[in-house]
Design a protein around this ligand. Structure first.
Ligand SMILES: [Zn+2]
Length: 171
């Protein structure tokens, strides 16, 4: 089963649902197909395209903000898929303050890093190496980030996630 990205009437990403559920929302005029998945559902008297992105016809208010789960995928996305120390393509996750020195496993202390920097840094504090972070790590906000954390994303979703700060290289 494919999954469909759901956008609010304002185009803000809301979440991910099954393509069948998305199709039903479209057939009930509660949503409009924005991107076709290229997959066709066949039935006795015809066929219908399954959506990969839909947009709700009526704006829904989001009652509260969920925190974004910390995952390798989301960290790479936040850091643009680049090492926070040298800007090379990231291949690993690093704890800025090493865990062995009491560093927390949270958004403020976990960054994407290349293999070389991660290996060189090992459990040394940044000041011992004379290194700095290119950007200060923070928890990202917004639904686009929660969607990344759900796992598989579709390339047709990217134009709808990018305005919310999710980097194309990593989604
Ligand atoms: Zn590096």
């Amino acid at each position: 089963m494919l999954r469909t990205l759901v956008l609010n009437a304002t185009y803000e990403p809301l979440g991910v649902i099954s393509d069948r559920r998305a199709l039903i929302l479209c057939l009930n005029s509660r949503a409009t197909m924005v991107e076709d998945s290229g997959t066709v559902l066949r039935y006795s008297s015809g066929e219908i395209a399954l959506p990969s992105v839909i947009r709700l016809n009526k704006f829904v208010r989001i009652p509260y903000r969920h925190s974004v789960p910390l995952s390798r995928r989301a960290i790479f996305a936040r850091d643009g898929g680049r090492c926070v120390y040298c800007a090379a393509p990231a291949t690993s996750i690093d704890h800025v303050i090493p865990r062995s020195r009491g560093g927390a496993h949270n958004w403020e202390n976990v960054v994407s890093a290349c293999h070389r920097c991660n290996h060189t840094k090992a459990d040394k504090p940044l000041k011992d190496l004379g290194w700095r972070l290119r950007t200060l790590p923070r928890e990202p906000v917004g639904a686009a980030w929660r969607i990344l954390g759900t796992g598989r994303t579709d390339k047709t979703w990217l134009p709808y996630l990018e305005p919310f700060g999710v980097a194309a290289a990593t989604a």
